[in-house]
Design a protein around this ligand. Structure first.
Ligand code: ATP
Length: 135
């Protein structure tokens, strides 16, 4: 079976590197599926899961947005934060979710940065979904 190299990279270093049969994720323009031989492209990503098909299994990485670049021999995903599903601390994500929900409830108060709280909530919900493989 043909494969393509995939790297997920963050400012803290690489999070995932493998040869896979297919990569799929959510670009801002919608679902994106990359097979070996895909034309070169760059796409901004949503907060979401990156799914890698490898040896009949699906590996999941949570990403907090970022960019996907497809080159003839390689897919690179650059994100501010990314975690493999087994590395996600579920308790931490639950605490982050609670905090964000609390901030959103207090949004009438001027000092609350609503957009920032919404994004924190999305990251937490995404981490929980990826950790529980609900995607
Ligand atoms: P928190 O409020 O818990 O820090 P956050 O969404 O603000 O959550 P980020 O700024 O996206 O966190 O990430 C900061 C760093 O912490 C990144 O390296 C990210 O991979 C890591 N990280 C955040 N939440 C988790 C988690 N639940 N499990 C494992 N790593 C996490």
């Amino acid at each position: 079976m043909r494969t393509i190299k995939v790297s997920v990279v963050t400012p803290d270093g690489p999070v995932y590197d493998a040869d896979v049969e297919m990569v799929s994720t959510k670009a801002q323009s919608g679902e994106l599926g990359i097979l070996p031989g895909h034309i070169p492209m760059v796409a901004p990503l949503q907060i979401g899961a990156v799914r890698m098909k490898k040896d009949g299994k699906t590996e999941l990485v949570a990403v907090s947005g970022g960019f996907l670049e497809v080159r003839p021999e390689k897919v690179t995903i650059l994100a501010q934060a990314a975690e493999q599903s087994e590395d996600i601390d579920v308790e931490r994500a639950l605490r982050a979710k609670e905090r964000a929900e609390q901030r959103i409830r207090e949004r009438q108060q001027e000092h609350v940065d609503f957009k920032r709280a919404e994004l924190a909530l999305q990251r937490a919900i995404n981490r929980l979904a990826v950790a529980e493989r609900r995607l």
